[in-house]
Design a protein around this ligand. Structure first.
Ligand SMILES: Nc1nc2c(ncn2[C@@H]2O[C@H](COP(=O)(O)OP(=O)(O)OP(=O)(O)O)[C@@H](O)[C@H]2O)c(=O)[nH]1
Length: 266
């Protein structure tokens, strides 16, 4: 697939330009979106962040021996999803985060999943989403059981993981790489797809396949469609991302730039 800024490249071997994947991290305040993002990018757990800053980071990753240019948007909605187009039209995949010690954040994650399902229905496109129960290290204060997390993910047909931003890096990395894999599958599917896209003429049903994959619910937000041909929309809208200074830099109490080694902020 040809590539311009903001549009993905699908496929390609080791010689080709890296696949471009945009990933948005969604969830209620305090769920641990920033902590997970920074853990993934720096291998470190940083405990304090400015809740009002929304940053987009860029990182060169290798996933399954394939180079990937990954952009991660650490969103900062207030209590509920707001002005969502900025990430809905930008991301190829979503990580929806809640905290296992907060029922409120779990309920918030459900709102985000509903928002994604609605967006898929409206745009007739598929959006991989992963549901993450964060703060697994706080399991003794659980308000949300693992079964509840899995059930919610199953309802929306997403992958589900429990993680902790302050425990091992590999687990957090695995989750982000799974999101890249899901996005890549979707991009490849779209690049192979016919050049015309079929839009709905009558009621569209949300499809939430519940197939188990490695014991987890799988798949993406899909919609069924009929008739009426339209031009195929870009997989991602070409959109310039305005990036403020790094949240990791801006709010960290003791700014240590070595923390930023290994990823670049743009
Ligand atoms: N124990 C524990 N604390 C965590 C974990 N992840 C985040 N926290 C803490 O939870 C609080 C909120 O984390 P953030 O990463 O700022 O949460 P957020 O979802 O980005 O919240 P906003 O910035 O308000 O949107 C901070 O005090 C973090 O230190 C975790 O895995 N375990």
């Amino acid at each position: 697939m040809a590539s311009v800024f903001g549009k993905p490249r699908a496929g390609g071997g080791p010689q080709s330009a890296p696949l471009e994947v945009n990933l948005a991290i969604l969830g209620r305040r305090g769920a641990g979106k920033s902590a997970l993002t920074v853990k993934f990018l720096t291998r470190r757990f940083i405990s304090e962040y400015d809740p009002n800053l929304e940053d987009t980071y860029s990182s060169e990753e290798t996933v399954d021996h394939q180079p990937v240019h990954l952009r991660v948007m650490d969103t900062a909605d207030l209590d509920t999803p707001r002005n969502c187009e900025r990430y809905l039209n930008w991301a190829h995949a979503f990580l929806v985060v809640y905290s296992v010690d907060s029922r409120q954040s779990f309920e918030g994650s459900s709102s985000y999943l509903e928002l994604l399902a609605l967006h898929a229905k409206e745009t007739q496109r598929s959006f991989p989403a992963l549901l993450l129960g964060n703060k697994l290290d706080m399991a003794q204060y659980r308000q949300v059981t693992q079964a509840e997390g899995a059930a919610l993910a199953g309802r929306f047909g997403c992958l589900f993981f429990e993680v902790s931003a302050c425990l091992d890096f590999e687990h957090v990395q695995h989750v982000f790489h799974e999101a890249v894999r899901e996005a890549r599958r979707e991009l490849e599917k779209n690049s192979l797809a016919r050049p015309l896209f079929i839009s709905e003429e009558r009621a569209v049903h949300h499809q939430a396949p519940l197939t188990a994959r490695h014991g987890l619910a799988s798949c993406t937000f899909n919609t069924l469609s009929t008739a009426s041909l339209k031009e195929m929309p870009a997989v991602a809208q070409a959109k310039l991302v305005t990036v403020k200074s790094s949240r990791a830099q801006s709010k960290r109490k003791a700014p240590t730039l070595t923390l930023l080694k290994g990823f670049k902020i743009f």
